[in-house]
Design a protein around this ligand. Structure first.
Ligand code: ACO
Length: 273
């Protein structure tokens, strides 16, 4: 990913953060507590199935996040993280997928939805998916868009799209291949099979597994660890790590030198007072 793509996007408007009512329309809640923002998928009666409004609202959260936020946690209410797309989005009608759209309009429509996921890679924040129960389709992709996945032992991941005649199009194919390799990604997607937490950990799809019921405590501990490191160094390091797969060794060494010179000067200035 190019460096420019990894910067927190400028707000498109001067509008503030979405209101509670707007968030609720997208089936979301947002709590900002100092350096930590928690985004909750809040339609447990639909297993946190996500609508187009959910993804547009996620994008709005990303555009309007207060600058003091360093860690963003995504979690789900009820028995599951997310059952993926709300299947009613395919049944037509107002707010449904514009099946008759021309290529350009259809492309823009999906690009807007993808924006709900891309901001989670921005280096100014560390994003944590706290997954329990099912993470299916767009829900699995939401977890993949985050930097760190912490899963309860009851978590189950499934890339269901091909079974429904679709492709995963919410930014999930790239991180999936980067994490598990192309062959395992083909096997997972083209069988649409379910991966439990233990296998997900073996495959590198989750970074931490905690006992069922222990997710909140696990997230709290992880968040404290993330906030304990130097904020500016964290931003620069995430930028470097995301650039690494795209750079040659020479380019990456040069990037490390550039970032480190900024760090060393900042530390020296702080030391001098
Ligand atoms: N869209 C709309 N409604 C949903 C969805 C969904 N994706 N998933 C669940 N619901 C609804 C159910 O219809 C049910 O509604 P009802 O109470 O009115 O009958 C309610 O949520 C609870 O669902 P259950 O199936 O009873 O819950 P359970 O915990 O037993 O199973 C599970 C959860 C495994 C997530 C199951 O609901 C399921 O398989 N859902 C469909 C998943 C899916 O195919 N998602 C699309 C993936 S592709 C993509 O995301 C692009």
């Amino acid at each position: 990913m190019a460096e420019a793509e990894l910067r927190r996007p400028e707000p498109a408007t001067t509008a503030g953060p979405p209101s509670e009512a707007e968030l609720a329309e997208g089936g979301l809640r947002l709590e900002v507590d100092g350096a930590v923002a928690t985004v909750t998928l809040a339609r447990p009666e639909r297993r946190n199935a996500m609508t187009f409004a959910t993804w547009r609202m996620l994008a709005a959260i990303g555009r309007t996040l207060p600058p003091e936020v360093r860690v963003v946690v995504l979690r789900g209410d009820g028995p599951s993280f997310s059952a993926g797309i709300d299947l009613s989005m395919f049944s037509g009608g107002e707010g449904g997928f514009p099946f008759e759209a021309d290529d350009e309009t259809g492309d823009r429509f999906i690009a807007d939805l993808q924006e709900g996921y891309t901001w989670l890679r921005n280096p100014e924040i560390v994003t944590v998916a706290a997954v329990h129960g099912h993470a299916i389709g767009g829900g699995f992709q939401l977890a993949l868009a985050c930097d760190i996945r912490i899963a309860a032992e009851d978590a189950k991941f499934c890339m269901k799209e091909p079974a429904l005649g679709l492709v995963p199009d919410l930014t999930g194919t790239k991180p999936l291949v980067e994490i598990v390799g192309v062959n395992r990604a083909v096997e997972l997607c083209l069988t649409a099979r379910t991966v439990d937490a233990a296998e997900a950990a073996r495959l590198g799809l989750v970074e931490r597994v905690v006992p069922t019921g222990g997710l909140d405590a696990g997230v709290e501990a992880l968040t404290a660890e993330l906030l304990a490191v130097n904020a500016e160094a964290a931003v620069a390091t995430k930028r470097l790590l995301f650039a690494a797969p795209l750079n040659t060794l020479d380019e990456q060494c040069a990037a490390e030198r550039r970032e480190q010179l900024v760090r060393l000067r900042a530390l020296a200035a702080a030391f001098r007072g």
